[in-house]
Design a protein around this ligand. Structure first.
Ligand code: EPZ
Length: 430
């Protein structure tokens, strides 16, 4: 397994382009299943989860072509299989998103139950309850969700929680249902809005995306479209935190600052200097940052996908702060790893109390989930010695070439294979 080797102590300076959003590209690519006409999707990020999604769509019979500018054309006119198998779903939970489109267009779907993951049990009961409310027969047999419906019926669905993929799955299904569907307590994330924009370009009739009530008027069929996914606000936030904690000066480009409202407010509270324009944000770190309290919440609240990065910021900030994770039940796997680097963190249920220390020390650490892994790379940037991050396949799921982008900003970071690292350490020991 590859490792990331990070030498700390350098301020990050420069600018980097933000890639397309993973959590927008996944549902948008899967939306191709709703139509017999080709869907062309631009600004697709080069990530493991995208590769997995394309593999899954290919297995279902979607004809895929990818050009050198990472534009994918997906043609679902010849879908031959309605089953998302366990071996793919277990590597990417978001595969559950094929359920709504397959059910809506073909009247049936068989999708492996996505397991839990490091950050929580990740149930899909709200997805299944919504499909049942639309008239589907839904059962779980031998670890697979089986759903059937001659034609889905529009109805009113009130989500117990504003589930992002739950909203996306039901919204996609509703585009081809008979009549009108209203989704209350819908997720308001920008990725939901981006998906709705793509679906409407395909001929759907969706209104209210981005608000808590989404209304969908079913249509007989959808056509093709050209769509460009929005930038990844979490990738952008991660690099901005890197600039702030290293006392550097980082600009991220091709991103809408409005998608980062809560994150930029927290960076300002911490004492970083934040400027922004139409499609860029610049953060200057200056002196030691001040500790900031954080509580995650559904959009437009502070994003749970930025929680680990800000917990790390607090590890070296001046003062003590609390970080409360309100979305997932187990999203503090990074705490033990940060403690190995000298962080002072006390846990009490879903709240971490972090007392800032002057500096962290490098250490061998292990990535556990996508965003926790990124926070360990950030920690390495401010440690006073070498950090070796293992199991970085987690990082590759959501960050395109993180080491290249960070090195482009002046970080001393490199990727090595396990055998390269073994040889290096043996040479040093000799
Ligand atoms: C999406 O996950 C994102 N993934 C996650 O990003 C993100 O952290 C999360 O939304 C919250 O913003 C994708 O979009 C592919 P939820 P999702 O359903 O949809 C509970 C990353 O780092 N819930 O909004 O799975 C659930 O347990 C990933 O890129 C139910 O109880 O999250 C959680 O507590 C990690 N029943 C809460 O709702 C359900 O049927 C929010 O989960 C569904 C969810």
């Amino acid at each position: 397994m590859d490792k990331l080797i990070v030498e700390g102590g350098r301020p990050l300076v420069g600018e980097t382009r933000i890639s397309g959003a993973k959590n927008s590209a996944l549902p948008v690519l899967i939306a191709s299943l709703l139509s017999g006409q080709p869907l062309r999707v631009g600004n697709i990020p080069h990530l493991r989860d995208i590769t997995t999604t394309l593999e899954l769509l290919g297995r279902l019979g979607v004809q895929l072509s990818l050009n050198d500018r990472m534009t994918v054309e997906a043609d679902a006119s010849q879908v031959v299989d309605l089953c998302a198998p366990y071996d793919l779903v277990k590597t990417m939970r978001a595969s559950i998103l094929v359920l709504g489109p397959l059910l809506a267009r073909f009247g049936e779907a068989r999708v492996s139950m996505p397991g839990g993951c490091a950050i929580g049990s990740r149930p899909v009961d709200l997805h299944l309850k919504g499909f049942a409310a639309m008239g589907a027969e839904v059962s779980v047999t031998d670890g697979y969700i089986e759903a059937r419906a001659a034609r889905l019926q529009g109805c009113r669905i009130a989500l117990d929680q504003p589930s992002v993929t739950g909203t996306e799955n039901l919204m996609m299904a509703a585009t081809l249902a008979a009549g009108e569907t209203v989704i209350d307590n819908a997720a308001r994330e920008p990725e939901v809005v981006d998906l709705a924009r793509c679906l409407n370009a395909m001929g759907a009739r969706i209104s209210g995306a981005g608000e808590s009530r989404i209304t969908v008027s079913g249509v007989p069929r959808l056509g093709g479209a050209d769509h460009r996914v929005i930038a990844d606000r979490i990738e952008a936030g991660t690099y901005l935190v890197a600039g702030a904690i290293t006392g550097g000066d980082v600009r991220v480009r091709d991103v809408d600052p409005a998608l980062l409202g809560a994150v930029l407010a927290k960076l300002r509270d911490a004492g970083a200097e934040v400027d922004s324009g139409g499609d860029w944000v610049r953060v200057r770190g200056g002196g030691r940052l001040g500790a900031v309290n954080v509580q995650t919440a559904p959009f437009p609240g502070f994003p749970t996908d930025m929680q680990a990065q800000f917990l790390m910021l607090n590890c070296i900030a001046d003062g003590t702060a609390t970080v409360t994770e309100s979305v997932f039940e187990n999203r503090f796997m990074h705490v033990e790893e940060l403690r190995r680097m000298g962080a002072s963190i006390r846990m009490n249920g879903n709240t971490a109390t972090v007392r800032g220390v002057a500096r962290l020390s490098g250490a061998p650490v292990m990535a556990t989930d996508l965003r926790a892994s990124a926070c360990l790379a950030l920690a390495g940037l401010v440690a006073d010695s070498q950090t070796v991050i293992d199991r970085i396949y987690h990082i590759d799921r959501g960050y395109h070439c993180i080491e290249e982008k960070l090195a482009g900003l002046g970080a001393r970071i490199r990727r090595v294979t396990a055998s390269q690292w073994r040889r290096e350490t043996e040479r040093k020991a000799a």
